[in-house]
Write a protein that binds this ligand. Structure first.
Ligand SMILES: [Zn+2]
Length: 479
């Protein structure tokens, strides 16, 4: 979920920053694309057995060539890389992203942080959600999440491609699509959830090695003090560090009151000598918050539930979907947190008639919050959005979802979010317009490392979406 309505002005600002010649846009830095994704794209790029064997360095370089080829190919609108389930399963065989030995500073092995346990006894696929949550991917550097989504969506869909911005567009045909002329095509229903998480990039490295940061997404500085972060470097892989605002420690404050830190005061301390940091870290290297995902009974807690829980819901929906007549477009989008940018191109190119964005929303049901400010309540079901500051949903589409929820007794609630938006806001305005709605996952502590979502709400959302898609061909949302 993107913060507030200010996103348009924020995105305008960010654009000017991105337009500057930062190191990360060079070919050299782009080879940071992890080996697993490069392999994947190599395959979809028709290179057959791409660099699966080579050592880390070579695999990366070779993989990048394949990646670039695949990107060029997928940018052409009439070419769609079609992949089978067999291709997809190889993606995460050997997820090594960093050199084998720790030479510089503290390094985390991301793969080892991800539990690969099987599903819980209640059938909830916690292992998948944990993997989605813990995989790093700020806006513009979603490659690891993208590889995961390609792996998950390929066996569930008929066609899959990656567009020039990095959106994954997977298409699943319905019964009605077979043997019909162009004039009689079934409605195209898009599900959209974003892959990026809020985070930072390295903006400036001072003499002593302290890294100043460029935020990617809307942060509350109060929740950032003392967090651990991972700086994703090409030279040394992921490096762990402390995120702190420049301010006096409590011991030296005396009678002064500690003020609220400002986002521009924060820096990352890698605990390494200045010259070492400047050797290893390049401007533009991405920085993610470091936090594991945990299941606490009925609640799952971790970073990036916004919007990995939306991606999770998209996968679960396709898994439990029965026969359907409509064409389903599963879009895993990029750069939502900096102003729904991926959704803008995905919504234009994929030409949906209807879009259902899946994202988290605020669950203002925690201590100190007045009853009148409640947006949703965690555990009360999937939230059908009636309003947010990015889009007023199509009311007939809202009614359709609600009718299905009532018919099948699926726990649901209606949602009005005064400030905030989702991909629905961008896709609704594509071409001549798209009937749009958002299905929300209520979440406590949105945009912190302890975002909470409820297992029962996630299950309700996937069930509601699956039942809706089976019935979507009956929908008429025209005015
Ligand atoms: Zn968000």
């Amino acid at each position: 979920m993107v913060v507030g309505e200010g996103k348009h002005s924020r995105s305008a600002k960010a654009t000017s920053v991105f337009a500057s010649p930062l190191e990360y846009v060079t070919d050299d830095a782009a080879s940071q694309a992890p080996a697993e994704e490069s392999r994947m794209n190599g395959k979809s790029g028709k290179n057959g057995k791409a660099s699966k064997n080579g050592k880390h360095g070579r695999a990366e370089q070779n993989g990048y060539a394949a990646l670039a080829a695949a990107d060029v190919q997928s940018a052409a609108p009439d070419q769609v890389a079609v992949m089978g389930a067999g291709d997809a399963l190889a993606v995460f065989d050997a997820p090594t992203d960093a050199p084998a030995e720790a030479e510089f500073g503290a390094r985390v092995t991301l793969a080892s942080r991800t539990t690969r346990q099987s599903s819980e006894s209640d059938g909830f696929d916690f292992a998948l959600l944990k993997r989605l949550s813990e995989t790093p991917g700020v806006a513009g550097r979603e490659e690891r999440v993208r590889a995961l989504m390609i792996e998950a969506l390929a066996p569930l869909t008929d066609e899959l491609s990656v567009d020039a911005l990095g959106n994954v567009i997977a298409i699943r045909h319905g019964r009605a699509a077979k043997g019909k002329g162009k004039a009689n095509q079934p409605p195209r229903i898009m599900l959209a959830a974003h892959m990026d998480e809020i985070g930072f990039m390295a903006r400036y490295i001072d003499e002593r090695g302290f890294i100043r940061i460029q935020p990617l997404g809307g942060f509350d500085p109060r929740v950032l003090v003392g967090q651990r972060v991972i700086v994703h470097t090409r030279a040394a892989g992921p490096l762990i560090g402390a995120l702190m605002p420049s301010s006096k420690p409590i011991h030296q404050l005396g009678d002064e009151k500690p003020g609220s830190p400002k986002i521009e005061e924060f820096y990352v301390d890698l605990g390494l000598p200045g010259e070492r940091v400047r050797e290893l870290v390049a401007l533009g290297d991405s920085i993610t918050l470091d936090r594991t995902c945990e299941r606490l009974g009925e609640i799952v807690m971790g970073k990036a539930m916004d919007d990995r829980s939306g991606l999770f819901t998209m996968i679960q929906t396709l898994r439990r979907l029965r026969a359907h007549d409509v064409t389903i477009i599963a879009a895993a989008t990029v750069q939502e947190e900096v102003g729904t940018r991926g959704a803008t191109t995905a919504g234009y190119h994929a030409q949906p008639d209807v879009v259902v964005a899946i994202d988290t929303t605020l669950s203002v049901d925690s201590p100190g919050m007045p009853e009148t400010d409640a947006v949703t309540r965690m555990g009360n079901g999937a939230a059908i959005k009636v309003f947010d500051s990015s889009a007023i949903p199509n009311y007939k589409l809202v009614d359709h979802l609600r009718r299905i929820a009532v018919r099948d007794e699926i726990p649901h609630q209606m949602e009005i979010l005064q400030r905030g938006g989702t991909d629905a806001g961008a896709i609704q305005r594509a071409r001549a317009g798209v009937a749009a709605v958002t299905l929300s996952i209520p979440s406590r502590y949105v945009h912190t490392v302890n975002e909470m979502v409820s297992v029962s709400d996630l299950e309700a959302a996937a069930t509601l979406l699956a039942r809706y898609l089976e019935d979507a061909h009956t929908g008429d949302y025209r005015f």
